[in-house]
Design a protein around this ligand. Structure first.
Ligand code: TRP
Length: 328
């Protein structure tokens, strides 16, 4: 079975955009591939050198991913900083990557602009740490968003260069694995094209029914249809996208017809969306609460995940040390 590895940026709670995008794809993948997921807490030090509460935020993420259906028996989930083996590989990769090519990475340039007083070496070598994350398991596929394309190119470069320098065919060149067309793109509630934390237009998996309903009822609309069968403006199209995600095809058709004959009342449409979204979120939220209350279980999942990851990384490192020529 092909190996899949992906890192989770520890930034805030999961919202519906994450859920229908990455997380559901992760859950589907765990049956088809040998998956491992980890929380990239080292990477977060590049921008947040003094995080508030590292352990609590790792537990939060664990609880949410488990609640969404990640099964640690199928897909071990671990915390990056629990697997110190990664650092040795990170060091070897850093020896082979050039300053110039690291400086050219767009995300580095962007971060350097955002935090001019903290352009640290970790930021510069973000791609080599990411390469070590994946290549320590000699994984073939990495499910990531489009924003990670350049980091993935650097990862393949790390693999290729290592293989070339030592004349081996040891590391595979991991391929980007876009959730792509299968993943649903969830729009924002403020009329923007995408639900995202930074724009503050999110429904979180932790939101209760009252909060969800309030957020949906406040979603941006327009004055309403005036001409039969007119095309929908973007804000209305967004509401229908929510409907297609949350409701049955019948319900969609019902409201679509109302739009087409100009009888649609946005209040009714929103109530339907809110109701159907609550149906999806409520059971997940209940599970998040259960898992969050069970820190012992969460710690056990992370510990066992780390054991699997360390075993896999150790095997790779042993070979790497031999290839480079260190004492066995
Ligand atoms: N850079 C990724 C992000 O910002 C997180 C990440 C770290 C990652 N290491 C990884 C993703 C390894 C995939 C594989 O989302």
């Amino acid at each position: 079975m092909e190996k899949v590895v992906s890192g989770i940026r520890p930034t805030g709670n999961l919202h519906l955009g994450n859920y229908f995008g990455a997380v559901k794809s992760f859950v589907a993948m765990q049956d088809q591939y040998q998956c491992m997921f980890f929380i990239a807490d080292w990477h977060s030090l590049t921008t947040h050198p003094k995080p508030e509460n590292i352990q609590a935020s790792a537990r939060t993420i664990l609880a949410e991913y488990l609640a969404c259906g990640i099964d640690p028996q199928k897909a071990p989930i671990y915390i990056q900083s629990d697997v110190k083996e990664t650092l040795e590989l990170y060091l070897y990769f850093n020896m082979n990557m050039y300053l110039g090519e690291l400086e050219r990475v767009t995300t580095f340039k962007e971060k350097a602009r955002q935090q001019p007083d903290n352009v640290n070496a970790g930021l510069l070598t973000y791609p080599t740490l990411m390469a070590a994350d994946v290549l320590q398991h000699r994984a073939h596929k990495v499910p990531v968003g489009k924003d990670q394309e350049q980091n993935m190119e650097m990862m393949r470069k790390c693999a290729r260069r290592f293989n070339n320098i030592y004349g081996v065919e040891f590391f595979p060149e991991p391929q980007n694995f876009y959730f792509g067309e299968k993943a649903l793109k969830v729009p924002g509630l403020d009329g923007s094209g995408k639900m995202g934390k930074s724009t503050g237009n999110c429904i979180y998996l932790r939101d209760d029914e009252k909060t969800i309903t309030k957020k949906v009822m406040k979603a941006v609309t327009d004055a309403g249809p005036t001409e039969p069968n007119s095309p929908k403006p973007e804000v209305i199209e967004n509401l229908f996208t929510f409907l297609s995600i949350a409701s049955t095809p019948d319900t969609y058709q019902y409201f679509d017809e109302q739009w087409n004959n100009c009888t649609l009342r946005y209040g009714d449409l929103k109530k339907q969306i809110a109701h159907d979204l609550c149906e999806i979120v409520a059971p997940i939220r209940a599970k998040i609460e259960d898992y969050s209350a069970n820190t012992e279980l969460l710690d056990k999942v992370a510990r066992e995940g780390a054991e699997v990851a360390r075993a896999s990384a150790s095997e790779t490192l042993k070979a790497v040390r031999e290839i480079i020529g260190f004492r066995k």
